[in-house]
Design a protein around this ligand. Structure first.
Ligand SMILES: Nc1ncnc2c1ncn2[C@@H]1O[C@H](COP(=O)(O)OP(=O)(O)O)[C@@H](O)[C@H]1O
Ligand SMILES: [Mg+2]
Length: 227
């Protein structure tokens, strides 16, 4: 698929497959097209050419609405509602009010459940956003830079929770512009300037480039592609 956004080709002739039940990392520098690709998968992106198929259906099909979760880069929660009110609201929309507490616990916000979302830190607010997506029990969860602004402890914890979801059969597509996050993923899609540089496992990325550090490995791969 390709996506035009204004004068730029934001996603340029990309062909990838995200395996079910895995944590797939979508990695690359700011502006390389991660959000645009995710929007195409979720079905909110205009001017997509080519073919995008999600769980056997064209991206954006009405039947997918209940099974695809999307956590946008900017937390989309009601700042004047408490954590619990936000999560219960989204839970009620999908008939899952009984799952609200588990979703709040899953993002470790139990102690903040009665705090207004507007009074939370940026990282906490993005975890409210994730909880609001989790109550729908999506089979595909698309998360756009969910770990930005989180301290290292919470970040590691969130990746553990993503892993647990994948072990339960959920497919996760998680973007980041920080290469060290790649170590938490089963599979990596590495992007640069709208194109996919490579799709491979972290282990394969290390062995192919001979670099232990994943950021060095990514740079080596780019140099290799450019030469
Ligand atoms: N609303 C928009 N209108 C026009 N161009 C856009 C818009 N949003 C993003 N772009 C362009 O599309 C490209 C990819 O952006 P994006 O998908 O947001 O990258 P990333 O998420 O990797 O930072 C960039 O060149 C960006 O300038
Ligand atoms: Mg983005």
């Amino acid at each position: 698929m390709s996506v035009r956004r204004g004068p730029v080709t934001a996603v340029d002739d990309v062909s990838v497959t995200v395996p079910r039940g895995t944590v797939t990392g979508l990695l690359g520098p700011s502006g390389c097209g991660k959000t645009t690709l995710m929007r195409a998968v979720v079905g909110t992106q205009r001017r997509v050419s080519g073919r995008v198929e999600v769980l056997g259906r064209p991206a954006g099909s009405p039947e997918l609405r209940g099974t695809v979760g999307y956590v946008t880069q900017a937390a989309s929660v009601y700042t004047d509602l408490t954590v619990e009110q936000n999560v219960r609201y989204f839970a009620r929309l999908v008939g899952g009010v009984d799952r609200a507490d588990a979703a709040i616990d899953a993002v470790d916000l139990g102690s903040r459940r009665h705090h207004r979302a507007g009074a939370l830190s940026g990282g906490q607010r993005s975890r409210v956003s994730i909880a609001c997506a989790l109550v729908a029990r999506p089979r595909l969860l698309v998360l756009d830079e969910p770990t930005v602004g989180l301290d290292p402890v919470l970040r590691a914890d969130l990746w553990r929770r993503f892993r647990a979801l994948a072990d339960d059969g959920v497919t996760l597509l998680v973007s980041s512009h920080v290469m060290d996050e790649a170590a938490h993923c089963d599979d990596l899609i590495l992007m640069r300037e709208g194109r996919v540089v490579a799709q491979l496992t972290p282990e394969r990325l290390r062995s192919r480039t001979g670099r232990e550090n994943l950021e060095d490995a990514f740079l080596a791969l780019i140099n290799e592609a450019g030469s």
